[in-house]
Design a protein around this ligand. Structure first.
Ligand code: UT7
Length: 337
């Protein structure tokens, strides 16, 4: 078999959620909202908030260390590191480089960030897979790590109730066996709708000034209704197109692990695919929307809960700022616990 035909599978998975839990009741004391509104409109009951000095690279390093330890491997075994984040530790260098140093990874490996917001983990998985299929890299860490609490406007009730912090890491490995691991995928983007979900200030086009900070241009802003509409359409379409690519139907997929943005988005996508919500595991209630971290967090939980079994077909699907979206169909390879 030529190296171009190598399969890439998730050998191990690890997660990290910050210790601090922020409940809907606490939020109700901060902005004009209620536990009832948040739960009914989003499905969220609480979210985790990172400590002041706890950066995405710290959370990502902890998730990675768990994945490596579960696999019985060490940092020296990692040949490639990709971090998906929309809340990098600093504008530069990349969060991946900071995480490389914290984890003690080798210096002869590529380390870089992928910026695709909530679709970041799906994007990064695909980039890693394509780099690994050549045979140049045997093992990769793909990490989604976010500190959304640092870009949320805590006085804006339309967004601050939705987001949370956390990290998840997938340790990928190549295999000569065909048909295992990451099977089919699709990625897409629409920059014409960038303003539906964005942070307007702080970049090189619009560096922060006293005025921009007073105007709140350092914060995430979202047109929730429009984002919701796009999310449902594009996530359902992406699943359908990836299934068609693989010559499969939604009936053959054991589990759908979507980006955890809003329980009503998940219900609408499940409805469009004609799939019961019992095949859409969700941890939204306890974590809220953790952007690039949400899929690995949900995947790990579904596996720990004993839902996902060796050989199961799983569809992961995401949507986020950019706009961006992506879906990956994979065959689960039971990882070590
Ligand atoms: O990761 C991908 C990116 N994000 C998403 O996928 C989020 C997509 N959008 C959504 O999840 C939903 O649109 C939201 C949860 C953000 C909002 O739900 P909605 O059902 O679209 O509510 P709405 O924006 O239409 O607001 C309904 C009402 C409004 O009041 P009026 O104008 O009807 O008087 C809002 O001002 O609810 C009000 N409202 C709130 N009330 C209490 C908005 N936020 C809150 C709040 N608490 N936190």
């Amino acid at each position: 078999m030529s190296s171009a035909e190598l399969s890439v599978f998730i050998r191990a998975i690890g997660v990290h959620a910050p210790a601090r839990t922020l409940t809907n009741a606490e939020l109700s004391g901060m902005v004009d909202t209620s536990d009832e509104w948040i739960k009914t409109r989003s499905g969220i009951a609480e979210r985790r908030i990172a400590a002041a000095g706890e950066a995405p690279s710290d959370m990502g390093a902890k998730a990675s260390a768990q994945a490596l330890s579960r696999a019985g491997l060490t940092p020296a075994d990692v040949d490639l590191l990709i971090v998906a984040t929309m809340t990098p530790d600093v504008p530069f260098p990349s969060t991946a480089c900071l995480l490389q140093a914290k984890l003690g990874l080798r210096r002869d490996i590529p380390c870089f960030d992928v910026s695709a917001a909530c679709s970041g983990f799906v994007y990064a998985l695909q980039v890693a897979k394509d780099m690994m299929r050549s045979g140049a890299y045997r093992r990769a860490l793909v990490i989604g790590a976010e500190k959304l609490s640092s870009v949320v406007d805590w006085s804006d009730r339309t967004t601050c109730v939705l987001f949370g912090d956390g990290a998840g890491a997938a340790l990928l490995e190549t295999s000569p066996e065909p048909g295992v691991g990451l099977l089919a995928n699709l990625l897409g983007a629409d920059g014409n709708n960038a303003e539906l979900l964005h942070c307007a200030g702080g970049g090189s086009a619009s560096p922060h000034t006293g005025d921009s900070l007073r105007e709140g241009r350092q914060f995430l802003r979202m047109n929730g209704k429009e984002v919701f509409r796009h999310a449902v359409r594009v996530m359902a379409e992406s699943c359908e197109r990836v299934l068609a690519q693989a010559g499969l139907t939604s009936e053959q997929v054991a589990w759908f692990i979507p980006h955890q943005a809003n329980i009503r988005i998940l219900e609408a996508v499940a409805g469009q695919l004609n799939v019961g919500m019992d095949r859409f595991p969700s941890n939204l209630a306890r974590y809220g929307n953790t952007s690039a971290a949400s899929i690995p967090l949900a995947l790990e939980e579904a596996w720990q809960d004993g839902k996902i079994k060796h050989g199961d077909l799983i569809m992961i699907v995401a949507f986020g700022a950019g706009l961006t979206w992506g879906a990956t169909l994979l065959r689960w390879h039971e990882p070590p616990r």
